[in-house]
Write a protein that binds this ligand. Structure first.
Ligand SMILES: *Cc1c(COP(=O)(O)O)cnc(C)c1O
Length: 234
């Protein structure tokens, strides 16, 4: 087996074990492979392992890969980077998911720009769960209002919440942030029963996130290796 295939299987194994330990059905936890800065050839290799969901952070980087891999059946692209309002069209036209929605204005633009021949764009509201000043995401108190706006937009489908917790070595602090997200997610799902995705957990903390209720983990480094420094920030 190639290194990538080995790493991929190891990550799948970790997810399975984490599910067993918290008595969760592995079918409830989806793996999003974060391929940012990695070439199309590696995405294709991962696809050959059975992976279908891929996450990208940088539009320019992604827009080289998406057309190159258009022949891969059922591949799904998730935009998981910060999105400026002048860059919404590329996401509306080329992606299946957006994980970082935090502004009403962006939601409206995406809905208008979504091509009518495509299914609505699946969106997650990014939550600033750590309350750090410079961090992206809405405050927990603003989730409900943004969710109501999204629900009225024909080009979007609200699927759930996403967070990037505060980087910390303090496991209980990290766990607390994940736990808070799960409460917010359950609250949102009560108002909007079709909401089904709680995206949290990365290479270093996927076990903790799954124990606290993640339904999607976003894994880059532990599948594809350390990031290439050539990733542009466009
Ligand atoms: C890069 C990135 C990831 C993957 O992180 P790893 O630690 O490499 O697994 C997940 N989510 C977001 C939003 C990212 O930007």
């Amino acid at each position: 087996m190639s290194t990538l295939a080995e790493h991929y299987q190891q990550v799948q194994q970790r997810i399975k074990q984490a599910c067993q330990q918290s008595q969760r059905d592995p079918a409830e936890v989806e793996l999003l492979a974060v391929s940012k800065t990695k070439p199309a050839s590696m995405v294709e290799e991962c696809y050959q392992q059975g992976q279908r969901q891929f996450g990208e952070n940088y539009l320019q980087d992604a827009m080289e890969k998406i057309p190159a891999l258009a022949d891969l059946a059922n591949i799904q692209w998730h935009f998981i980077g910060p999105l400026q309002s002048n860059k919404t069209r590329a996401v509306a036209e080329n992606f299946d998911w957006l994980a970082t929605l935090e502004r009403e204005k962006i939601a409206r633009r995406l809905s208008e720009q979504r091509p009518s021949g495509k299914a609505p764009l699946n969106v997650l509201i990014q939550v600033n769960i750590s309350g750090e000043a410079q961090k992206s995401g809405v405050e927990p108190g603003a989730i409900a209002a943004l969710a109501s706006v999204i629900e009225q937009l024909p080009g979007l489908t609200l699927r759930g919440l996403m967070c990037i917790p505060e980087a910390t070595d303090d496991e209980s602090h990290l766990r607390g942030q994940f736990r808070q997200m799960k409460l917010l997610f359950d609250e949102l799902a009560q108002q909007h029963p079709h909401v089904d995705t709680l995206s949290m957990g990365m290479s270093g903390d996927l076990e903790l996130a799954i124990a606290e209720g993640a339904t999607q983990v976003r894994i880059g480094t532990d599948i594809f290796g350390a990031r290439n420094s050539t990733g542009t920030t466009l």
